[in-house]
Design a protein around this ligand. Structure first.
Ligand code: UDP
Ligand code: MG
Length: 153
């Protein structure tokens, strides 16, 4: 099954939104394959946001991502990268559609509560950046036969 890398940012942790975000993930029928709390540092953020290191806002972005621990997750599902980007909503929370996580839970273009991989290729790279293989669990949820139709998953 396809996998994606998700980070619950310090803005999610500090605003006590972790439970609500995880509830949305689980009620959609998305499988949590890995989950841990970690403190990010400049080195991993320079890799993770390599496409943004030259932007004027990178120092404040890095500071915002180091302001507290984050929760990193690997989520699994059919077409999960695309499904979860749609659930996340566009980058700026003020422009994100209601019903998306950003559109329902934030008002910021930076403190936008969550990161989600933007392509299958990047998801593989990001999962390897944040998790060792033994931290990712390949188990079948008891509900699996009711999450998908025959032959879908
Ligand atoms: N960001 C920011 N200012 C900007 C654009 C992005 O602070 O003008 C931050 C924001 O937290 C965003 C992250 O940088 O989530 C990564 O940017 P990207 O364009 O990859 O957006 P995302 O994939 O998170 O929607
Ligand atoms: Mg991105």
């Amino acid at each position: 099954m396809e996998q994606t890398l998700v980070l619950l940012k310090p803005s999610c942790i500090q605003r006590c939104l972790v439970g609500q975000v995880i509830t949305r993930i689980q009620q959609r029928g998305i499988i949590i394959s890995a989950l841990k709390m970690m403190q990010l540092d400049e080195k991993i953020l320079r890799e993770h946001y390599a496409h943004l290191v030259d932007k004027p806002f990178f120092p404040s972005l890095a500071a915002s991502m180091m302001a507290s621990p984050v929760i990193a997750m690997v989520l699994s599902g059919v077409d999960i990268v695309e499904v979860f980007r749609k659930m996340t909503g566009v980058t700026n929370g003020r422009k994100a559609e209601p019903g998306t996580l950003r559109g329902d839970f934030c008002m910021s273009g930076q403190a936008n509560i969550i990161h989600a991989s933007d392509s299958v290729e990047n998801a593989k790279i990001e999962i390897a950046r944040f998790f060792r293989p033994e931290e990712i669990f390949d188990y079948a949820p008891a509900t699996l036969q009711f999450l998908y139709g025959d032959g879908e998953a």
